[in-house]
Ligand binder design. Structure first.
Ligand SMILES: [Zn+2]
Ligand SMILES: [Zn+2]
Length: 123
């Protein structure tokens, strides 16, 4: 059994943990969290991220790719959106780095939101 419970489903699990980092900014405040998850939840995170976010471009000089709308409600977002950046280390893959945005009043899904609240608050 893993030493720590999965940050997403809350129970200890067999096998190596996979690591996800979530960064969300709202105004001058920002929230960072580290999710230590089981493979199943890691796959779920990857699936959600690929559905709602877009890959971060290698070259930051190029314009940010068209975001798929709000990561919560899918409606178009403007420049006042809250940025969300997710980085996942899934098995031996290159890190998955994806970005998107949320409306001021929208939030990430509960399971990701819970993880954000439970996560370490880093500067
Ligand atoms: Zn899990
Ligand atoms: Zn929204």
């Amino acid at each position: 059994m893993a030493l720590f419970p999965c940050t997403v489903h809350g129970e200890r699990f067999r096998g190596a943990a996979e690591h996800w980092y979530v960064f969300m900014a709202a105004g001058i405040q920002s929230q960072r969290s580290h999710l230590r998850v089981c493979r199943k939840c890691s796959d779920q995170l990857l699936e959600w991220s690929q559905e709602h976010l877009v890959p971060v471009p290698d070259d930051y000089d190029v314009p940010v790719p068209e975001v798929k709308g709000c990561a919560d409600c899918s409606l178009p977002i403007g420049v006042d959106a809250k940025p969300l950046i997710v980085t996942g280390y899934v098995r031996k893959d290159e890190p998955h780095q994806l970005m998107g945005g949320l409306h001021e009043k929208c939030a990430v899904p509960d399971w990701l939101g819970v993880a954000v609240q439970r996560g370490h608050q880093a500067a």
